[in-house]
Structure formats: structure tokens, C-alpha cells
Write a protein that binds this ligand. Structure first.
Ligand code: A2P
Length: 332
């Protein structure tokens, strides 16, 4: 396949290069696009330097476009790219369009059928949540979900990581901490504000978790309430999750289901201090799940903790997995 990466120099773009390599994706030709600022620079792929081009306003000469340059670029250009290529879009621009599949391959690969050359890659927090939630939902019927997130700086792109590192140095040097990407200085702080506030008091990031969980799991009845919080880590989103199920559930039964779930690593041995952590989930394709215990609030309720590398399963890995689906007939 001829692959084009739009936003190749970004936090997700760089991971796309590495995931294509690690998964031995059959790339016959690779084109890298970014802003005019990056044109003429290059990035390494399979040992060779590949030139970065300024994004043209025309269709791109590739079979698949992996787009990760933000919603405004996708909104403007994806319809143009889709004339000649299949677009796998990492932004939220098309996710809620009923004609655009929103895919997590382990969960709803079948929904890719009938796509019209634009396929949406989910919000990072949602992708990580549903990896654990969906297998439990299938087995026990999830009704209501409460999620509190601990989201890393790289969720805001390369500039978010840079702002955290630079701000930490400033803080340690006793200087005022500058901030631009985040609403407040992030070092030694947590910020309960990701994306724009909506009329109902939730942020758009929090609403995405509801909308996208329903769409990916194909269940408009499931209720999800989220509090999304930025924390001073570089990568990996962690989430504390409480779920009320239709049917009785025990931690042992949940562990059994999650043990066999694709893309999930059960890390749940508190006696030996083993539980999900950004430290261990960084760079990992699988999502870690642990701290599984019976809810003290809901009958048929379960509490657990997940940690997933949101640049990977929440973005680049999931996008490449979608591209892999395009290569093979999809089972129903
Ligand atoms: P550049 O590095 O040249 O600015 P991140 O999500 O980490 O912030 O990365 C955003 C990505 O989107 C980068 O690769 C960035 O390229 C790219 N980008 C930003 N603006 C444009 C644009 N107008 N046209 C093409 N790519 C863009």
C-alpha cells in the first residue's frame, strides 16, 4: 500500500512511522506531509530518510492517508483526499457523522463495511476505556459508567509534552512557569479542563467519551459520565472506572473475561504492588487493567483502573490496525 502520513512531525505522526515499522505493515511507498515549516526536513523509516513535504491542496498520490494534523486540517482536506484514497482520520471532525465508521478493530471491525473513504479513529481516552469495558459489557451488560481520567501532556500533541518539560525545568530553577497549550501551568499541578466547556458543564473531551463509547459499542442505552483531568505525565492516559452491570459480576469473573480479551494486559496483583501505571504502559500496544474490585456503591458494580499509551492504542496503533483491516475481508 502507498501510505501518506499527514502531520508526520507531530506526537502521533512520529508514532505512526514507528508502528508501521513494528507491525511490518506492507508499505510500497511512504509520503510524509506536515506544515510548510517542516518542508525539506526528513524522518527515518526502515533505515531510510524520507522527505517531508508541505501539504498540498490536492488529492494525495497514496492509497491510504493517515491523518493526524488536527480537526481543522481534516475538515478542510479529508473530502479532497477521499476522492483518491481511504482516509483514516485521527481528529474528531467526522466521528459523529452517521455515515462515517468509528472503529476499534478488536470491538467493531465489522462496522468498517460500506465506508465512504473516510474512517474515524476514536478519541484516545475512549479507545483505552472501551478496550476493558467492551469485553465486560459483552459478558455482563454494562448499564452505567463513571470515569475519572488522568490524561498525559502528549494528549495535547508535541507542544504539550514540550510545555511540561520546559515548565518543569523553569519550576525547579525557581522561575515563573510559562504556559500556552494548557490553561494553567501543568508541572506539579492537575487541571480538570480538557477541550472546550459545553452548555451542560461538561467539557467536549468528557462528552466525546459518552458519544464515542455508545457508537463504538453499538449501544445507545449505555450511560457514561466522565471527568477528564490533565496530569503532569508525558504519555499514557489512566482512568478510574466504575461500572454498573445488568447481571451479577464478581472481580474473579471480570478477571477471567479480561484475561482473554484481545489487546488487554491484566495487571492486577496488589499484594505484590502490581497494578496499571503510566510507567509500565508507556510504549506498550496493550492496555493495562487492574485494581479490579467490587463496587461499594452499586449492586452488580465493579471498580477498576486502566492505563494505556494514548499515542499508541489511543491513536497511532489503532489507526494502523484500521489500515490492516482494509487489507483483508472483514468477518461480520
Ligand atoms: P509541523 O510540525 O510542520 O507544524 P501535534 O499534534 O503533535 O501538535 O502535531 C501536529 C502535526 O500537524 C504536525 O506534524 C504539524 O506539522 C502538522 N500541521 C500543523 N499545521 C499544519 C498545516 N497547516 N498543514 C499541514 N500540517 C500541519
Amino acid at each position: 500500500m502507498r501510505i501518506g502520513i499527514v502531520g508526520a512531525t507531530g506526537a502521533v505522526g512520529k508514532e505512526l512511522l514507528s508502528v508501521l515499522e513494528k507491525r511490518n505493515f506492507p508499505v510500497s511507498e511512504l509520503r510524509l506531509y506536515a506544515s510548510a515549516r517542516s518542508a525539506g526536513k526528513s524522518l527515518k523509516f526502515r533505515g531510510k530518510e524520507v522527505n517531508i513535504e508541505a501539504l498540498p491542496e490536492t488529492p494525495l498520490p497514496v492509497d491510504v492517508v493517515l491523518a493526524s494534523a488536527g480537526g481543522a486540517i481534516s475538515k478542510q482536506y479529508a473530502p479532497i483526499w477521499a476522492k483518491q484514497s481511504v482516509v483514516i482520520d485521527n481528529s474528531s471532525a467526522f466521528r459523529y457523522d452517521p455515515g462515517v465508521p468509528l472503529i476499534v478493530p478488536e470491538i467493531n471491525a465489522h462496522a468498517i463495511q460500506g465506508h465512504k473513504n473516510i474512517i474515524a479513529n476514536p478519541n484516545c481516552t475512549t479507545a483505552i476505556l472501551v478496550m476493558a469495558l467492551y469485553p465486560l459489557h459483552k459478558a455482563f451488560g454494562a448499564k452505567r459508567v463513571i470515569v475519572s481520567t488522568y490524561q498525559s501532556s502528549s494528549g495535547a500533541g508535541a507542544s504539550g509534552m514540550e510545555e511540561l518539560l520546559h515548565g518543569t525545568r523553569q519550576y525547579l530553577a525557581g522561575q515563573p512557569v510559562e504556559h500556552k497549550t494548557f490553561a494553567y501551568p501543568l508541572p506539579f499541578n492537575v487541571i480538570p479542563h480538557i477541550d472546550a466547556f459545553q452548555e451542560n458543564g461538561y467539557t467536549k473531551e468528557e462528552m466525546k467519551v459518552l458519544w464515542e463509547t455508545q457508537k463504538i459499542m453499538g449501544d445507545t442505552q449505555i450511560r457514561v459520565s466522565c471527568t477528564a483531568v490533565r496530569v503532569p505525565t508525558l504519555r499514557v492516559h489512566s482512568e478510574a472506572v466504575t461500572v454498573e452491570f445488568e447481571r451479577p459480576i464478581s472481580p474473579e469473573a471480570a478477571r477471567e473475561v479480561l484475561q482473554g480479551a484481545p489487546g488487554v494486559d491484566l495487571v492486577d496483583d496488589p499484594a505484590n504492588k502490581r497494578y496499571p501505571l503510566p510507567l509500565t504502559a508507556t510504549g506498550k500496544f496493550n492496555v493495562e487493567v487492574g485494581r479490579i474490585r467490587k463496587s461499594l456503591v452499586f449492586d452488580n458494580g465493579l471498580d477498576f483502573f486502566v492505563a494505556g499509551d494514548q499515542l499508541l492504542k489511543g491513536a497511532a496503533l489503532n489507526a494502523v490496525q484500521i489500515a490492516e483491516l482494509l487489507q483483508k475481508p472483514v468477518a461480520g
